[in-house]
Design a protein around this ligand. Structure first.
Ligand code: ZN
Length: 138
C-alpha cells in the first residue's frame, strides 16, 4: 500500500490544529465527490429520457427537468469547490497561509473554517466580495 505511508508522513508534520483542518478538507472532498457522482448519474438519466422523446409526461417532467438543470449547475459549482479544496489541502500541508484571508491577511474565523474548510476569505471580505459580485463560492 504505497498511498497510506505517504498520507501518514504528510499528516505527521501537521500540528493537531492543522490535522483537524486536514481531516475536514478530506471529508469535504469526499462529500463533494459523492455529490458530483450523483448529479452525473441524474444528468445521464435525463438525457436518455430526452433522446427517447418522452413528451407524454411533460407535466411530470417539469420538476424533473428543473432539477436536472439545477444538477448541472451544481455539478460545475462542485467542480470549482473541488479545486478550492485541492488548493486548500496544498496550502495546509505546505504550511502556506492556510486559514489566512487572502484579502486582508487576517485569520479566517475557526467557525467559518468548520463549515467551509476551503475558505480563502474571512467573513468580512467575503461579504464585501459578494456585494461587488465576486466569486461567491469562496
Ligand atoms: Zn479578510
Amino acid at each position: 500500500m504505497p498511498r497510506a505511508p505517504k498520507i501518514k508522513s504528510i499528516t505527521a508534520k501537521l500540528t493537531p490544529e492543522q490535522k483537524k483542518h486536514y481531516d475536514n478538507l478530506m471529508a469535504a472532498r469526499d462529500a463533494v465527490m459523492g455529490r458530483v457522482r450523483s448529479y452525473a448519474e441524474d444528468a445521464l438519466d435525463c438525457s436518455n429520457a430526452d433522446k427517447r422523446g418522452v413528451t407524454t409526461h411533460m407535466a411530470d417532467m417539469g420538476s424533473d427537468s428543473s432539477r436536472h438543470e439545477m444538477g448541472l449547475q451544481l455539478m460545475s459549482e462542485e467542480g470549482d469547490v473541488l479545486e478550492l479544496i485541492e488548493e486548500a489541502i496544498k496550502r495546509l500541508v505546505e504550511n502556506k497561509n492556510y486559514g489566512i484571508c487572502q484579502d486582508c491577511g487576517e485569520p479566517i474565523p475557526p467557525a467559518r473554517l468548520e463549515v467551509r474548510p476551503y475558505a480563502v476569505y474571512c467573513t468580512k471580505c467575503k461579504s464585501i466580495r459578494e456585494k461587488s459580485g465576486g466569486n461567491r463560492l469562496r
